[in-house]
Design a protein around this ligand. Structure first.
Ligand SMILES: Cc1ncc(C[n+]2csc(CCOP(=O)(O)OP(=O)(O)O)c2C)c(N)n1
Length: 616
C-alpha cells in the first residue's frame, strides 16, 4: 500500500475545493453575463493550490510588508481569482453576485479596489515586470517574501515578458516564481498555430530560469513543486504547468470557442451536474448551488425612431474584404484579434492576405509599417486600447514620422468593452494620436460612415487611424461622408452638437427632443478628427451654444480641439464638453457608462438646455 505523505491530506482537500470553486466560477460568469470561462477553469487548480497551501498571505496579512505577492498577469481569468479570494475570506462571497454590475468594482479584470489583489492587470504582458520589481523590493528591503506571477501561454508573445525575464535573470531573482498556464490555446486557436512557442522549456532555460514542468491539475504535484522554490539559488524559478483550457467541464475542455463564452442556462445546468458528480466521486456531498440572477441588459445603444444598424466593426470588415478581393496588395495584420475584429471570414476567404503576429501589438504595428514600405497596403487591426497604448511608439516613429501608409484600425473602441474595465477602454487614443503629426484620424458614427471610412483609409496615401466599436449603432440621416468634412446630420441654428463616433445618435435624439421645446439644434458628425473641419466648427461658433460629445476623455479629445479652434477664431460661445471626465471610469456596461456620464438623449438635452440657459 502506498505510503501517504503529509501533504496528501491537503492535496485531497484542495482537489475537492477546486471542484466546488469551478461551480462558483461558472455561476459568477453567468451572473455577470461575461467572463473568460476557458482560461478561468484552466488556472483554477493553480490558484487553489497557491492560495490554499503555498502563498504566505491571508486576509489578516494583506497589508503586511512581508506577505508573499501574487500577480495575475493573465488578468482576464479574474473570475477564478475572485472565487478563490472569496473562499479564502479576503472579501464576502456575496460580493461575487456583483461582478460586472454597474457601479461594482468587481470588473472583468483585476484591480486594486478588490481586497487581496496586488496590482491592476488585464493588458497582457504586464505582470512579470511588476513581479521583478516586487522581488527587487524584497531584496532591497531585506524581506523574505516571494513573488509569484501567473501568465498565460498565448500571453508570452508579448515581448515585455522576455524583457522582464532578462532582468529577472540578470538580477538573480531567486525570490521570483514565473508560473505558466500552458494550456496550448489562446483566442484564435492553438498557440502553436497562432505564434509557436515550443520548445518553451528550453526557451525559459535559455533566458536564465530554473524550470520545472508539472501537471497543472495535479494538486499533490503542484504542492511539491511550489514547496521546492527556488529551484536553484541565484536563478528565478519557472513552473511550466501543463493544463487543459476549460478543465473540469467536458464540453468546455479544449474548445477554443469557450475563451470568453458565457454558459447558457442549459449549459450551466449540465456543467453543474458534471461537477456535482465529481464532488460525489471525491466522497463529498455536493455543495448547494447559488442561482445567479440574470445580468442587466447592456446591449445595443439607441432609441426608437432611428432604424438600428449593425456593429460598425462588422461593416468595416466586410468592406475590407471587398477591397482586398479587388486588390491583392491589401493585407490584414492581426494580433490574436481576428475574431473580435470580425475578420474570420476574411481569413477564410483570403488566407494569403492575412498575417497573424500573436498577442504582440508592438510587433503588429512594426510589421505593418514594414509591409507598407514593401508596397503592401496593410490594415493593422487590434483592440483600440492595446493598439494605441501598447504600440504608441511604433505608431509615432514607424508609422507617422516615417510616413508609412499603414491603416491602423482600433476595434472595440471607447468603452465598448464596458465592465471589462479600464484596461480595456480606449479613452486616451484620440488625445494621444492628435499629438502625433501626420496621422489622419477617423471615427465613424454609423454604418454608412464605417463603410466610407474603410474606403477612405484604403485610398489614403498616408497613415490613418480608424476607431470603431462593436455594438450595433443606429443609422443616421444626413449628408454623404467626405473625409475631413463634418457630416451634417440635422440642421438648426440655435445650438450645435459637435459629436463624434458612436455618440452621434444620442446627440441626434437629443436634438429631436429639443425641437419639440422650440430649440433647433444642428447636429454634426465630426468623423474626421484630423484634419478637423475648421469651417464647420467656426460656423457652429455662431450659434448660441455648443455641446461636444465623445466616447473619450474630455481631456485632449474633440471638445478640447473645438474649444481651441473657437478661441483662436475669436469666438466666445458657451461650450460644454460631454465625454468621460478626469476620473477612473464608472464601472459597468457601455450603456451604463453612457447613462452615468450623460451621453444619452436626455443627458445631452439637459446639457444643451444648460448651455443656452439665460441666453434665449
Ligand atoms: C495586451 C493585450 N492584448 C490583447 C488582449 C486580449 N486578450 C485577452 S485574453 C487573450 C488570449 C490569451 O491567451 P492565453 O495567454 O493563452 O490565455 P488563456 O488561453 O489561458 O486564457 C487576448 C488576446 C489583452 N487582454 N491584452
Amino acid at each position: 500500500m502506498a505510503v501517504r505523505r503529509a501533504t496528501d491530506g491537503l492535496a485531497d482537500e484542495l482537489r475537492l475545493r477546486s471542484v466546488r470553486l469551478r461551480k462558483h466560477v461558472l455561476q459568477t460568469i453567468v451572473g455577470a453575463g461575461a467572463g473568460h470561462t476557458g482560461g478561468d477553469l484552466s488556472c483554477l487548480d493553480l490558484l487553489t493550490v497557491l492560495y490554499g497551501g503555498v502563498l504566505r498571505v491571508s486576509p489578516e496579512t494583506v497589508d503586511d510588508p512581508d506577505r508573499d505577492r501574487f500577480v495575475m498577469s493573465k488578468g482576464h481569468s479574474v473570475e477564478a481569482l475572485y472565487v478563490v479570494l472569496a473562499e479564502r475570506g479576503f472579501f464576502p462571497a456575496s460580493d461575487l453576485a456583483t461582478v460586472g454590475r454597474p457601479g461594482s468594482h468587481y470588473v472583468g479584470h483585476p484591480t486594486r479596489h478588490v481586497p487581496g489583489i496586488e496590482q491592476n492587470t488585464g493588458a497582457l504582458g504586464h505582470g512579470l515586470a511588476f513581479g521583478v520589481g516586487t522581488a527587487l523590493a524584497a531584496r532591497q528591503a531585506g524581506r523574505s517574501f516571494r513573488t509569484f506571477v501567473l501568465a498565460g501561454d498565448g500571453e508570452l508573445a508579448e515581448g515585455s515578458n522576455w524583457e522582464a525575464s532578462l532582468a529577472a535573470a540578470h538580477h538573480r531573482l531567486d525570490n521570483l516564481v514565473f508560473v505558466l498556464d500552458r494550456n496550448e490555446l489562446q483566442i484564435t486557436g492553438g498557440t502553436e498555430s497562432v505564434c509557436a512557442l515550443e520548445p518553451l522549456a528550453d526557451k525559459l532555460r535559455a533566458f536564465g530560469y530554473a524550470v520545472r514542468e508539472v501537471g497543472g491539475h495535479d494538486h499533490a504535484a503542484l504542492l511539491d513543486v511550489f514547496a521546492a522554490v527556488p529551484f536553484e539559488p541565484g536563478r528565478p524559478s519557472a513552473v511550466l504547468a501543463r493544463t487543459v483550457k476549460g478543465r473540469g467541464v467536458s464540453f468546455i475542455e479544449n474548445d477554443v470557442r469557450w475563451h470568453h463564452r458565457v454558459p447558457k442556462p442549459e449549459e450551466l445546468e449540465r456543467a453543474m451536474a458534471e461537477l456535482e458528480a465529481e464532488e460525489r466521486r471525491l466522497g463529498a456531498e455536493p455543495e448547494g448551488r447559488r442561482v445567479p440572477s440574470p445580468p442587466p441588459r447592456g446591449g445595443a445603444t439607441g432609441e426608437p425612431g432611428l432604424p438600428m444598424g449593425r456593429p460598425n466593426q462588422d461593416v468595416f470588415s466586410e468592406t475590407l474584404l471587398e477591397l482586398a478581393r479587388a486588390d491583392p496588395s491589401v493585407v490584414v495584420v492581426t494580433s490574436d484579434s481576428r475574431g473580435s475584429g470580425k475578420l474570420s471570414p476574411f481569413a477564410e476567404a483570403l488566407p494569403g492576405q492575412i498575417v497573424e503576429v500573436g498577442i504582440a501589438e508592438q510587433t503588429l504595428v512594426g510589421v505593418a509599417a514594414g509591409l507598407a514600405s514593401g508596397g503592401r497596403k496593410p490594415f493593422a487591426v487590434s483592440p483600440a486600447c492595446f493598439l494605441t497604448a501598447r504600440a504608441l511608439e511604433q505608431i509615432k516613429n514607424d508609422v507617422a514620422y516615417s510616413a508609412q501608409p499603414v491603416r491602423l484600425v482600433g476595434i472595440s473602441a471607447g468603452v465598448s468593452y464596458g465592465a471589462l474595465g479600464s484596461t480595456h477602454h480606449s479613452t486616451h487614443d484620440i488625445a494621444a494620436l492628435r499629438a502625433i503629426p501626420g496621422l489622419t484620424i477617423v471615427v465613424p458614427a454609423d454604418n454608412h460612415e464605417a463603410r466610407a471610412a474603410a474606403r477612405a483609409a484604403y485610398a489614403s496615401t498616408g497613415p490613418v487611424y480608424v476607431r470603431i466599436g462593436k455594438r450595433p449603432v443606429p443609422d443616421l440621416p444626413g449628408t454623404a461622408f467626405e473625409l475631413g468634412r463634418a457630416r451634417l446630420v440635422r440642421d438648426g441654428d440655435d445650438l450645435a452638437f459637435l459629436a463624434t463616433g458612436e455618440t452621434v445618435w444620442a446627440a441626434y435624439a437629443a436634438a429631436e427632443r429639443l425641437a419639440a421645446e422650440g430649440l433647433q439644434c444642428r447636429v454634426l458628425s465630426v468623423h474626421t478628427l484630423r484634419p478637423l473641419d475648421l469651417e464647420a466648427v467656426v460656423a457652429a461658433g455662431r450659434t448660441r451654444g455648443i455641446v461636444t460629445v465623445e466616447e473619450h476623455s474630455i481631456a485632449g479629445g474633440l471638445g478640447e480641439a473645438c474649444a481651441a479652434v473657437l478661441a483662436e477664431a475669436g469666438l466666445c460661445v458657451p461650450l460644454r464638453r460631454i465625454g468621460l471626465p478626469d476620473e477612473e471610469t464608472f464601472p459597468g456596461s457601455q450603456a451604463a457608462i453612457f447613462e452615468h456620464y450623460g451621453i444619452s438623449p436626455e443627458g445631452l438635452a439637459a446639457a444643451a438646455r444648460a448651455v443656452v440657459g439665460g441666453r434665449r
